[in-house]
Design a protein around this ligand. Structure first.
Ligand code: PEP
Ligand code: MG
Length: 610
């Protein structure tokens, strides 16, 4: 007889249980409780406020939101009801003895969530996976009948990369273009596969621990691609059941071949800005970088990149918690996605505008589809990567982007530092982040800026538009850039009365001179990425040095801007996309956030919880 019907023939056993812990009956004790309940065959219910839920169902249990001071009836019916009641009552008493949760720590630290040992994981892509570890390995086979000579193999790889570039509908396409460019350079140095291997080894040696270290995987990927064309086959014997992949690093082309049973990916020597990391994010595999030693193959772990952690040797209750967090996360994402076109406002009713950071037509369209209310940052340096665009091509591209939204902020070229364009010659500098960059190009490359501004003005026509200058450090730089823009408009008889001029706040000197900028600018946009690197004298692309992206000094800087600016201020750096920081930013006065297109719905949802 199935348990439900058999339970009807048994007397019920009931106890009244009181929630005494100041933390309430929250996720962890509820998970322990429901896991224990499942060990009994009896029907076990929690009844309170006219509602009755199955105690074996964690989500149902949590839906009661039992707080300190609440009580409920625990009702057990079935063969082992008496034992169940006794055992669950004792367990519940125990669970109510836990220490109060620290209110000043974020609610989702791994140690609060999981009972097992947690190691730090730097999230690459947010998600949760529970499965045995599997260490990536591949074997190589050679099929003589498929042999192709080196030059033909390289030609095919080049054509394949071009094909992938042409047929990838998002910003990842640039990865293939970049690899193609690397291949062209290597072919200039090598006439055989062996020579190419030697050239790669030399380049990799130079790149190691430099700020371009993230490129190393691309070089190895090219060798792999060519080898595959020369008759070699890389065979990977993936486990048949769900697994969490562990590796020092993966190559971009290996991401495409990960099977659906990949529950997560842990990399030990990768970097956040590598192409591998970018593709993992696009493919949405829960993934993270873990720099400490991992258990042996076959050991089950929980990869919870939402909590920035890997749980080693998880107990059953930890797994239950992980599964329920996963369910909750999926439900949260679906709910946020449904509401993506709705305006976001805080619980107190403050409306917050959520805009997108985009870099081309595709990402602008993606932003529209994802519910962005406008573009808060158009990074124009990524629009034309290979050759200098003609005035017509530029105008046309801006027109396409401008047609999508009413509220658009275009940033003039921010080349220099880690951003290079092959058609813009910059001097060799030992500290490029402190050299010719951003607004400084107005003086060094006026022709390029003139064409850019002329194209933007033409594309804008009479529509309202905001133009901002990057890397401004003194009022004179702003005055010069704006005067230059006016002069371009004058030369080509363009009316720019509809255009506002503003600036990025990303160089610390601005924090101390806002009173001087106020009469000059129409708006500000805080670039927390550069602001952080210049505040802490730590390159944003540095392979080993890390700054806490939520350091108090950064919030103090943001606070200064909101206190002293008398023009509208938005935030477009990564801090605006940090759901843990949003409450604080809004409290400081932020009402406009600009974030990556994929994050729009999640950020709107985070605002609704502030
Ligand atoms: C910033 O510096 O925060 C910013 C948004 O600009 P970018 O990342 O393009 O330098
Ligand atoms: Mg910047």
């Amino acid at each position: 007889m199935i348990p439900f019907f058999s339970s009807l023939f048994h007397k019920s056993h009931t106890a009244v249980l009181h929630v005494t812990s100041t933390n309430g009956f929250h996720l962890r004790p509820a998970a322990v409780f429901s896991t224990k309940a499942k060990t009994f065959s009896s029907r076990i219910e929690v009844e309170t406020r006219g509602k009755s839920v199955d105690a074996k169902n964690l989500n149902a249990l949590l839906s009661l939101s039992l707080e300190s001071g609440d009580h409920f009836d625990l009702v057990c019916r079935g063969k082992d009801a008496k034992d169940a009641l006794e055992s669950l009552s004792v367990l519940f008493e125990d669970l109510m003895q836990e220490a109060p949760l620290q209110q000043d720590t974020p609610p989702q630290t791994a140690k609060e969530i999981y009972a097992g040992k947690c190691v730090d994981a730097e999230p690459i892509s947010l998600g949760i996976g529970v499965a045995p570890l599997w260490y990536y390995r591949q074997s190589e086979t050679y099929d003589e009948t498929k042999h192709t000579d080196f030059h033909e193999a390289a030609r095919r790889v080049s054509a394949m990369l071009q094909h992938q570039y042409d047929n990838t509908g998002n910003a990842d396409r640039d990865i293939y273009l970049a690899q193609k460019a690397l291949l062209d350079t290597l072919l200039g140095q090598a006439d055989s596969f062996e020579e190419m291997e030697a050239a790669v080894a030399k380049t990799v040696e130079q790149l190691k621990s430099g700020k371009m270290a993230a490129k190393i995987v691309d070089y190895h990927d090219l060798l792999r691609r060519i080898k595959t064309q020369m008759g070699y086959r890389m065979v990977v014997d993936y486990p048949a059941d769900a697994f969490i992949l562990a590796a020092d690093d993966l190559l971009p082309s290996q991401i495409d071949t990960l099977p659906p049973q990949t529950a997560g990916v842990i990399l030990q020597k990768s970097t956040q800005n590598s192409h591998t990391a970018i593709l993992l994010r696009t493919a949405s595999f829960p993934s993270a970088i873990v720099r400490t030693q991992l258990p042996s193959e076959g050991e089950t772990v929980i990869l919870d990149s939402l909590a920035g952690s890997v749980v080693l040797n998880p107990k059953e209750e930890d797994k239950t918690v992980a599964y329920s967090r996963l369910d909750a996360e999926q439900a949260k994402r679906a709910n946020a996605c449904e509401k993506r076109f709705e305006k976001a406002q805080t619980k107190a009713g403050t409306p917050i505008t959520v805009l997108a950071n985009v870099s081309d037509v595709d990402s602008a369209e993606e932003a529209k589809e994802n519910g962005a209310e406008g573009i808060g940052l158009l990074r124009t340096e990524f629009l034309f990567k290979e050759t200098a665009p003609t005035l017509e091509v530029q105008t046309d591209t801006y027109k396409k982007i401008f047609s999508l939204f009413d509220d658009i902020t275009v940033r003039t070229l921010d080349v220099g530092g880690d951003k290079a364009l092959p058609y813009i010659d910059l001097p060799e500098e030992s500290n490029p982040f402190l050299g010719i960059r951003g607004v400084r190009l107005f003086k060094t490359h006026p022709d390029i800026l003139e064409t850019q501004l002329r194209a933007i003005f033409t594309a804008a026509g009479s529509r309202k538009l905001k133009i901002m200058f990057p890397m401004v450090s003194t009022p004179d730089e702003f005055i010069h850039a704006k005067a230059f823009a006016k002069q371009v408009a004058g030369t080509y008889e363009q009316d720019i009365g509809n255009i506002d001029f503003g600036m990025m706040v990303e160089v610390p000197s601005v924090l101390f001179t806002l009173a001087k900028f106020n009469p000059l600018v129409d708006f500000y946009s805080i670039g927390t990425n550069d602001l952080l690197q210049y505040l802490f004298a730590t390159e944003r692309t540095h392979p080993t040095l890390r700054i806490n992206p939520r350091d108090e000094a950064l919030f103090e800087a943001v606070k200064t801007v909101f206190e002293q600016a008398d023009k509208p201020v938005s935030i477009c750096g990564e801090l605006a996309a940090d759901t843990e920081a949003i409450g604080k930013l809004i409290a400081l006065g932020a009402d406009t956030l600009s974030v990556s297109p994929v994050l729009i719905s999640a950020i709107k949802e985070a605002v609704r919880h502030v």
